[in-house]
Every structure is written in C-alpha cells, then in structure tokens.
Design a protein around this ligand. Sequence first.
Ligand SMILES: [Zn+2]
Length: 588
Amino acid sequence: MSGSAAKWIAGVWLGTQLWVAPASAFDLVFTGGEILTMDESRPRAEALAVEDGRIAALGSEAELRARAGNAEFVDLEGGVLMPGLIEPHCHPVGTAVLGQAADISGFRYDTRAQVMEALREAVAAGSPDEWVIAYGWDPVLVEDLDPPTLAELDALAPDRPLLVLTQMMHIAYLNSAGYRAAGIDEDTPDPPGASAFLRDARGRLNGVIYETEALAQVLDAMPPPPEGGVELLFSWQLADYARAGYTTLGITGPVSREEDPIRPIKAVVDDPTSPVRAFVYLRPEQLDPERSPVGTGGPRFAVKGVKFWMDGSPYAGGAAFSEPYRNTPLTLERIGLGRDHRGEPNYSVEEFVDLVAPYHERGYQIAVHAQGEVAIDRVLDAFEIVLREKPRADHRHRMEHNAAITREQLVRARALGLTPSFFIDHVYFYGHALPDLVGGSRAERFMPMAWARDTGHRVTLHTDNPATPIGPLRALRTAVTRVPRGASEPLGPEQRISVADGLRAMTIDAAWQLFEEQERGSLTPGKAADLVWLSENPLEVDPAELEEIRVRGTWIDGRRADLSRWRASNLWLAARALWNTVVDKLFR
Ligand SMILES: [Zn+2]
C-alpha cells in the first residue's frame, strides 16, 4: 500500500471514530487487568471503553486514557474482563420456587437417615394445614436411598400433605393426606401417555407419582402463591445467576400457572435494573403464536421458540438408550426399575413431525430434550422429514443434554443444521454412578463434547438448574477435566475440551445458539457491554482449579448488576405479594 493511500484510509478511519465516538464521550473505562474478548480478530486487549451501554473501544491503557474525558474508571486489580457468561438452558422460575422447598438433595446429604431426618424437620416446621414440599430426593447420589413407602410417608406426616420431589423431577412421592388434598383416589384415571399414579399389586395407590403429567395434576391442586410472590422469588433468583457471572439466560420451558405464562418473567426481566437478560423457549401449550409471534420481545427479554421432550431422565429410567439399563443394585433397588429396563421415547417420528412442523413453519427455534440414542434418532429422523418438506436456512434447532449421542448422530445433526447443548454436570455429579447405569464404555462417552467440536458443531454447555446447582466455572472445569466428584481420574478423557473451547461454549457460541451473536458473546466494538470480571484468567490457571476463580462483578448494557435483595423493583413486588396475601385472607 502506498503511503498516501494508507494516510487516506487512516484519515477516513479516524474520521469515522471521531464521528461515532467523540474523544471525551466514554462513560466507563476498564483498566488494570486483562481483557479477554472471545473475538478471534482481536483476542486480547489492555483496556476497554463503554459508551451508551455499548462497547466503544479496545486498546492500550494509554490510548483509552487519552480519549477518556470524564469517564469513570474501573480497576480490574489484575483480574480479567470477559463477555458476560451465557447459560443457554436453565429453569430459573423452577429454581426460585423449589428454593422454598425443604432441601433434601444429595448435594447436601449423604445417607438415607439424614434425608429422612430433614423430612421430619420440614414436617415439624410451618403450620399444620399447609403442604410440605421437599425437593432433591436423589437415589443416585445418596447411596442407601431406597424409595420411601407410602406407610413411611404417612408416618412422617399423618395429617399434612407431603410431596417429595426427586432431583430430576421425573418421579415424586406423595402421602395419603396429599392424595386427599389433590383429590386423587383409587378411581382416578392416569393421565394420557406414560405418566401415572402408580399402584401396588392390589391396585392401591403406592405413593409414587410417575412423570410430569401426573405430577402436574398434583401441583395444580396446591394453593397458588400470592400474586407477586413468585416474581419476587424469581427476581432474587436472577441475582444468583449474576453473582455466578451470567449476564444472559436461555429459559427452556418456564414454569408458570398464570394464564399468560410470559407475563411474570417478562415483567421482571424487562425492568432496566434486572441483573440478567432472559430468552425463553416455551412449552408448546404455553406458546400462543397470536400473542407471541416469532421475534416477540426486545434485547432484554424475547421469546425464541418452543421446547419439547423426546425422552426422560437417565436417573429415573426415562432415557431412551439403545441398550437396556444395567441390572445393578442402583437400578433395581434404589431407582426401582425392572430388569433389563428400557426408557421409551415420548413420540414416534410421525407424531413428532406433526408436533414440531407448525412451529418450524412459523419460524420459531425448536429445542428438544433428548438423552438416549433412540430418542436422538427420532429427533434426527423427524427433523430430516420436516426440513425436506419445509426447508429453512439457519434454523439452529437445538438438541438438549445429549447424554448418549454418538459420533454418527453428531455428524447427522451437523448436516441437518441442528445444534447441541451439553449437560456436562452429569459427568461431575453422576459420573461415579454412570457405569452402574449404562456400563463403563458408554459412561466414557457420556456428554461427548470433543466429538461435537470435532464434527464441526458450535458446542455449548449448561447446568439445567434446578437439576444441578448454578455453577458455570464448575461446568467449565468438568468439560475440561471430566473428573467426577470424589474421583481423581477423568471419565472418558478423550471427550475433554480445551479451556478456550469451554469459554467459547459459555460466551460467543452460546450467543450464536440463542441467535444473539450480533449483540453479545464477544467484546467487539458496537456490541452491548455485557461483561463479567473474574479474579483470574481461566486460560492461565490449573484447569483443576477453575472453580476457585471468583466472580467480582457483572455489567449489562454497561450498567453494573445491582444484586441487593431490596432494589426498588423488588420492594414493589414484595408490597404487591403482601397486599394480595392480606386481601386473600380477608375476603376468601
Ligand atoms: Zn432442562
């Protein structure tokens, strides 16, 4: 390039810069640490400037200081500034509501005796006419946790309705007072499909509520929380995500009993002081194409698509694996499966084509829960038909969890334009038990993130809470090391991915999966200033110690997340909930 041409280009470039960003216009400048952009064209920088909620410039500290004017400076104290983390698959309303239930999880207790004592304490607390709800019964993590009998539940709570939810929510246990309160007796028919109120050999209800439709019938019978109460819990929950480093959530199937299931979520997230953004995939019965056509929403809250379930949980016998579950004390006694049990997919290929085609044609993104190879085959077969009949470019339909997906299935998914998200916590929390469920060699290829990357996918990872606790750095560490909890050796080391790949999975690739890559996922001038400040650089710490990295703060649209419990909008929600409780007590 000749000198004059270079000068001319530089002149135009500078002119553009001056026009877009006058010299003294920065609002916020980050210095004193490292900027990790996740933008391949410029992976690192010394300083970053924000203006009007957008990333305005990256450069050396001297360069940005010279242009900073009256900007506020944030000293990163030797830490790292990155794009805010993105959780592509979680259930924050569920996490918020279940956070109110008694915690009996295997994340907290080690023995059946401890779990039963926690239940006893939960029954003793609270008023005698209220439901007792306990969450987290987990026979895979708690090694002597045989299922509770109806007699045991009745002895624990002779008069109060008691509902015990398992960790993966696919099975629940109910006492006799609970059946009475829910209006379920021996003559109550099972809901359509695989769901059921299980019975003993003599046809009497045995305390087991099997799968979601039956559980929904029980939950529907409970008194609703006061209006505003769920929103307050949800709003508090969002602060927990921000504390963990997230700035964006993908909500896959929100739980709300309101007539308009979107309203409570939208009201909280759309508030400019909400600490995270949220993009939702509604259950089909919740998605009204008239009310929420494709593109409904804005930069803080939007409806992205619809969520389906092709099979169930590996830990409740619901995953449609290509081989039967192994016959072990874990599967036969603790989970209570029959010999050579097989999980069944929820739909035939034809049924699934009919279900998803209308949403595909309308332009929604479709997300499908699929764990076992048989379920995954059905999803692939169905989308092959749908896409042949109604081709659609760049649909990014999503496959969720993908525990046992094979390399061949990943190749097929890539060819169809489907994108996988992995529930990597299975390897961490359940890795020790997987050989007893599915055998050693299949356990090694559980959640095969390296295969997904090698077959050309943009890989993402999620924690699906409340299924497992919020913890992006734990998930990253597991994707990188594949060392299960309590173990010293990796499970399936060939499926490990690099820290750099893991970070992409939680930032730019997750943004792409949510159709948000133009606005976020990397620190690129012009994108929204969604940021997380970490105490150390994940690329430079020992991978085993990734979870020790501290989150120092998050920003969305250049505004630091306010994590105080009683920020103004929360006070308003609390007042409304209180008011409605009072009105309820006085007039009903
Ligand atoms: Zn989920």
